[in-house]
Ligand binder design. Structure first.
Ligand code: 5AD
Ligand code: SF4
Length: 470
């Protein structure tokens, strides 16, 4: 038997990349690869890249510089190290990577991960291999499911892709080009995936997609199901305690989704609903296809059915043409909505997007200032939201042993980390916790109910909260 080969994957960017990295591990497990935490002793290193902003993209080339040194060192020791670039930079700049970085053996776009074994063989034979097509067949049909022990090792919270790509074409965004047109997976496939995860200890599922609430997958009844109907079906699967979904577009908030929040206790009352700007003028220039008022109305519809619902969002400051007045409108919207948290970014022109042709009007210094003002406001809302938990009793889904001995950490409905002193048997359980204090972003508390006795799964990891899309 051949010894196992070691695989190291470094992922950048969004939840979809975290999920895709796992699918690549599952695909390559069939080829005798096992994961290693270190790049330097790996036989194959995959950089799973992000193209959303310039900063994210630049990381690829500096990382490839470091990998070249490691690859040379491996060769000196008589070992072969292969290097693959996957993800959205691979999709957007595939041929350029091949030309610019001779160290790279394989370039593979996000729609072709099931071809990785073939591409590695081709690289071995021909020196290099590149695949960045959008194939006609759904890659999910060919991606092998994870093994039971792999599911357990990955912990009690799992992502499941239900939709990929985006048809919205916001003028600043690369997603429609790197991830392609919107495609939804059929309901039965998703149900099978979730069942399998639940059978092996997963308690929380986050449905992911670049524009997840545009989901329109084929249902078992032959009709097209929207996201709300899918969530209703998944809420019935035994073992699943919590459901989430990300990332949503304000325009695609339909009645089935609102009704799902009204009716499903397992659907967490925490919604990531990016708005990008609080100015109608900027929203139009961004081609967001919604106004500030449409956004407020969408928020109100959620709030009408679930009083305890909280929101997070994404913002871009310094979009071409954004005036101080436009920016103030963003601050006013944030003040009015009141977020539990939000991500904010400086506008970064992306080659090939319509906005890249617009004259930039906001200086680097103004952009920095606006970002700082916005982040200050968001931070104050986030701390107020977290502080408001002190003294209340909230349900926590426990995930893993914390760094401090004796402590177990889990998450509230709003994804806040919460720590208690308890034994590891509470891992995987949802239990009420009286919150006593707040330390930076972590809540500390005590259990108010005794855990049920049941064997706990073994090793745990926390999902990334970085988002992409919508
Ligand atoms: N510049 C800055 N931020 C961007 N985002 C997407 N494209 C850009 C860009 N060109 C942000 C949006 C999106 C999040 C994932 O990244 O806020 O919602
Ligand atoms: Fe699509 Fe979101 Fe990108 Fe707009 S920002 S194009 S909705 S992924």
């Amino acid at each position: 038997m051949k010894p196992p080969r070691r695989l190291h994957i470094k992922s950048y960017g969004c939840q979809m990349n975290v999920y895709d990295a796992q699918r690549m591990v599952d695909t390559l497990a069939g080829e005798g690869f096992v994961e290693t935490a270190n790049a330097d002793d790996a036989d194959l290193v995959i950089l799973n890249t992000c193209h959303i902003r310039e900063k994210a993209s630049e990381k690829v080339y500096s990382e490839l510089g470091r990998l070249r040194v490691m690859k040379d060192e491996a060769a000196r020791q008589g070992r072969q190290m292969s290097i693959a670039v996957a993800g959205c930079v691979a999709q957007a700049e595939g041929s350029e990577i091949i030309a610019r970085a001779p160290v790279v053996d394989v370039v593979v776009g996000p729609q072709s991960y099931h071809h990785l074994p073939e591409l590695l063989a081709r690289a071995e034979r021909d020196g290099r291999a590149l695949e960045i097509e959008f194939p006609v067949r759904d890659k999910f049909e060919f991606l092998p499911p994870p093994k039971p022990e792999t599911i357990r090792a990955r912990g009690i919270s799992s992502f499941v892709t239900v939709q990929e790509g985006c048809d919205k074409f916001c003028t600043f965004c690369v997603v429609p080009y790197t991830r392609g047109a919107e495609v939804s997976r059929p309901v039965t496939k998703i149900v099978d995936d979730v069942r399998r995860l639940a059978d092996h200890g997963v308690r929380e599922i986050t449905l992911i997609g670049q524009n997840v609430n545009a989901y329109h997958g084929e249902g078992p009844d032959g009709r097209i199901w929207p996201l709300g109907t899918l969530l209703r079906r998944l809420a019935d699967i035994p073992g699943i305690a919590r459901l989430r979904y990300s990332t949503s577009h304000p325009r695609d908030v339909d009645e089935t989704l609102i009704e799902a929040h009204r009716d499903l206790a397992r659907l967490m009352p925490f919604v990531h609903l990016p708005v990008q700007s609080g100015s109608d003028r900027v929203l139009a220039a961004m081609n967001r296809r919604h106004t500030v008022d449409d956004y407020r109305r969408a928020i109100d519809r959620f709030r009408a059915v679930r009083q305890d619902i909280a929101f997070s969002s994404d913002f871009i400051v310094g979009f071409p043409g954004e005036t101080e007045e436009d920016f103030r409108a963003t601050l006013a919207l944030v003040t009015q909505i009141g977020y539990a948290g939000a991500y904010s970014f400086k506008y970064s022109p992306r080659p090939g997007t319509p906005a890249a042709d617009l004259q930039e009007t906001v200086s680097a210094q103004e952009m920095d200032e606006r970002l700082e003002r916005l982040q200050e406001l968001i931070d104050s809302q986030q701390s107020a939201f977290n502080k408001a938990m002190i003294g209340s009793t909230v349900e926590v889904l426990f995930e893993r042993a914390a760094r401090n001995p004796g402590q177990i950490v889990g998450r509230t409905a709003y994804l806040q980390p919460a720590h208690v002193m308890a034994s590891e048997e509470i891992i995987g359980q949802v239990l009420p916790v009286r919150i006593q204090s707040l330390e930076r972003y972590s809540l500390l508390g005590e259990l108010t109910a005794l855990p049920q006795s049941r064997p706990a799964p073994t090793v745990f990891s926390t999902p990334s909260e970085m988002t992409t899309g919508a």
